[in-house]
Design a protein around this ligand. Sequence first.
Ligand code: ATP
Ligand code: MG
Length: 257
Amino acid sequence: MSRIQGNGCVARLTDVTRIYGTAGRETVALRGVSLAVHAGETVLLLGPSGSGKTTLLTLLGGLQRPTAGTVEIFGRAVEDYSPRELQRLRATRIGFVFQTFRLLEALSVLDNVMLVMRFGGVPRAEARRRALALLKEFGIGDLAGARPGTLSQGQKQRVAVARALANDAELIIADEPTGSLATAQGLDIVRLLTAEVRQRNHCAVIVSHDERIAAYADRVLYLEDGALRTSGGLASDALDPLPSALVGGIELDRPPV
Ligand SMILES: Nc1ncnc2c1ncn2[C@@H]1O[C@H](COP(=O)(O)OP(=O)(O)OP(=O)(O)O)[C@@H](O)[C@H]1O
Ligand SMILES: [Mg+2]
């Protein structure tokens, strides 16, 4: 059961700028980005390499802080969370899927999926039950005892998605989840992920180079040189299920600062 009511705002970036490096050698990764993501929606973020996609995701996940502007996660400014609270948030309410999977080789597939739940305080038996159910749902139940190293890329990615979903996280952040996979396999994983997110009235933000993922997204956003653009040809706004008042808060047309 979702802890977020209705189409509540899950995370919000307001006029966010992120600059890396030191004076004289600065890279402006994001410039004046405003964006809100809501319960029940899957947002696809497209953009060329270096446009700031990963930076935006790490800000949404509280993994780093903006140079300017504000980031709110679950209704609270990121700087108002203590490091410990942020860590707990990431263990319980935010699920990450990375392109490189980041599975722990020393653990079985089952233990990899259980690990985040155990961090989040889920009792062992319950964590095991949930992990097995997800692995089964993703068609890899028979691999529960295997080591990640013995799995195919597609199977590893299923484990990574199962792990991100296991905690019933309200915000799923996926950085190029199909990046290492053949397209059909990759799209299948996105289909599984977005179906789960929708069913639970949760929220997913997916970064990809693959525009075919747009078929599974409620909204498509483009990053270009650190600034958000409207979706152009994909007309994703028409697919947006949210009331216009909420969408109006996203301010996609704001010019870069
Ligand atoms: N830790 C860092 N230190 C310095 N510069 C960085 C750092 N991380 C990212 N950048 C720079 O910020 C810009 C945006 O990087 P980011 O990784 O967010 O892009 P991206 O859209 O995810 O690219 P890709 O599609 O290649 O993954 C790039 O110019 C990059 O070189
Ligand atoms: Mg990236």
